[in-house]
Ligand binder design. Structure first.
Ligand code: TXA
Ligand code: MG
Length: 330
């Protein structure tokens, strides 16, 4: 890990690191973020590994300018109104992904939506512009710890898990961005922050639903609020052979995989098979996970049989996610 004070030279160095698939801790006005090229699935997978996240939660994509989000998400007048009022700034919008969105599906954790934000911090904006790609970035702390607001807190939390820390002093806001869900009919606040519901209501001219409390007024954690993606057909893990009619989500070689009623998995029609990583690489597998699940989630398939994935590193997060979808059999 290299901690470097932000200068035009170190910003270029950080941009090159990001373009090469590296991880850089970056200053924003809210908290420090752990950034990777959002269009590079294997780089995004490294974020989860570095944070030690037990599961794949969706990530915020950071853009240099408000107009840049148009290539990734579908906007409407509500989104344009709040963007004009609060961006650049500490507000994140949840919007539907465009069908031709180039952002890794890992950033959306398989959902049809993407969280987007234009940070106000000049170093963050200069870096995104220099990198030339949107940056996926959760807060730059280990999973379960508080969000870091100084470069020192980042290095204490992440240490060598990050390639470079771009240091620019303490964060001005010091609190994570407000998260506003605009993907449905009713604008819903998912996480409170420096931009308040009242601020948003005053520019929109109507009420914002409070999604941060339940009917009993107990705060919900963002993790609980989140709807997780699950295929509509059953998922069977640790499969050693295939049932008739099942699709195969492979990991590594399929040479010895058979079909119970006879035949070999390698002879299945291409639309019934995806391989997360033929060479058994967990970063590649994580990067492919949600896209391939979507591709196999078709009514023609009776279910999805998934080959065993090692319970190490990113394999833990992959199995965690598959385990949750496997329990859903409706
Ligand atoms: O201030 C911030 O927002 C910082 C800086 C680095 O930008 N980032 C941050 O990211 O706090 P993170 O990953 O720690 O929190 C992102 C929140 C999570 O609660 C996540 O569940 C939610 O945003 N989120 C992200 N994508 C979502 C989506 N598609 N739908 C619903 N919630 C989403
Ligand atoms: Mg966080």
């Amino acid at each position: 890990m290299r901690l470097k004070t932000a200068t035009p030279e170190t910003i270029d160095e950080a941009a090159a690191c990001l373009r090469g698939g590296g991880l850089v801790a970056i200053p924003t006005e809210t908290v420090y973020g752990l950034a990777a090229d959002a269009t590079n699935g294997a780089a995004v997978a490294r974020i989860f590994e570095a944070k030690g996240r037990p599961a794949f939660n969706p990530l915020i994509c950071h853009f240099a300018r408000a107009e840049d989000i148009e290539s990734a998400v579908v906007t409407d007048t509500r989104a344009q109104t709040v963007a004009a009022a609060f961006w650049p700034g500490p507000l994140t919008l949840i919007l539907p992904r465009r069908t031709d969105c180039r952002i890794s599906e890992l950033c959306s954790a398989g959902l049809e939506t993407l969280a987007v934000r234009v940070p106000a911090h000049p170093i963050a904006r200069a870096l995104i512009a220099a990198a030339g790609v949107p940056l996926a970035a959760p807060s730059a702390n280990k999973s379960g710890r508080i969000s870091p607001t100084t470069p020192l807190l980042v290095s204490e939390s992440l240490g060598n898990a990050v390639d470079m820390i771009l240091a620019a002093g303490p964060c001005a806001v010091g609190l994570e961005s407000t998260v506003l869900d605009l993907s449905g009919d009713t604008p819903t606040l998912l996480r409170p922050g420096a931009v308040t519901a009242a601020d948003i209501e005053s520019v929109l001219g109507y009420r914002v639903e409070d999604g941060t409390t339940t009917a009993t007024d107990k705060p919900k954690s963002p993790g609980l609020l989140l709807k997780h993606y699950a295929p509509s057909i059953p998922v069977r893990m640790n499969a050693i052979d295939l049932e008739e009619g099942e699709a195969l989500l492979a990991f590594g070689s399929v040479k010895f995989m058979g079909i119970r009623t006879g035949g070999a998995a390698r002879d299945l029609p291409p639309e019934r098979v995806r391989n997360l990583s033929p060479r058994g690489d967990l970063h590649e597998a994580a990067a492919n996970l949600f896209r391939m699940l979507h591709e196999l989630d078709r009514p023609q398939n009776k279910g999805i049989a998934v080959m065993a994935i090692p319970e190490t590193g990113l394999g833990l997060a992959i199995n965690d996610r598959l385990g949750r979808t496997a329990k859903r059999t409706d």
